[in-house]
Design a protein around this ligand. Structure first.
Ligand code: 5GP
Length: 196
């Protein structure tokens, strides 16, 4: 998605060979115009899948998840990372290990909002080692619902998540795929174009 790649190129900050900071439009300040376009792009890719729910994880997944849900005209649910005072009974839960923070957290969704008749589109901001997405996959499985696919705003293809999820047979649609953060930001399609 050109608009997204241009934004990453102009505003993304490479913090290390592993981590990209995009706080000015995705992870802290949010660019609503770009977010609408991101939602349209996800909806275009998954429009024939009869999606009934979008599932994401707080907090950075909510903006792209909401915009995709708006375009698909279905509700969006966000998994909570912390226990809620009002969300106590009948929870669907999964463990998510964060390599960056080196901690494991339990994420949860009320089973009220996810049922076995649902066809779910999972959305997240980044795909790195895939643990957050796999946690969401496990929540959908616990509900007995179907997974239509996973939509990712920025995939770091040099980490394992994309391979892990694709090996499990899931359809993964990433709007920007970064192959390297060494010597600046290199996108996958640029490498592919230079090889042809
Ligand atoms: P995972 O390793 O489970 O695929 O990534 C988990 C979460 O870590 C993502 O949803 C995202 O919020 C965060 N994350 C992973 N890599 C990066 C990165 O390079 N930059 C930013 N801003 N967040 C990241």
């Amino acid at each position: 998605m050109k608009q997204l790649k241009d934004k990453i190129r102009t505003e993304g900050k490479v913090l290390s060979s592993q981590v990209l900071k995009v706080d000015s439009f995705l992870n802290h300040q949010i660019d609503p115009v770009l977010m609408v376009e991101i939602g349209k792009e996800f909806a275009r890719k998954f429009k024939d899948e009869n999606i009934t729910k979008v599932l994401t994880i707080e907090s950075s997944g909510i903006a792209p998840g909401l915009m995709a849900a708006l375009e698909l005209e279905v509700p969006v649910i966000f998994a909570r990372k912390r226990k809620s005072l009002t969300l106590v009974n009948d929870l669907l839960t999964a463990e998510v290990h964060s390599f960056t923070k080196n901690e494991t957290n339990e994420i949860s969704v009320s089973n009220q909002f996810l049922q076995k008749e649902d066809k779910v589109l999972i959305i997240d901001d980044f795909l790195a080692n895939g643990q957050a997405a796999l946690g969401l996959v496990n929540i959908v499985k616990a509900a007995g619902a179907e997974i239509a696919g996973v939509g990712i705003v920025i995939e770091k293809s040099f980490q394992d998540g994309g391979r892990l999820l694709r090996e499990q047979g899931f359809r993964i649609e990433s709007l920007a795929r970064i192959v390297s953060l060494e010597d600046g930001i290199t996108f996958l399609d640029e490498v592919e174009a230079s090889q042809t």
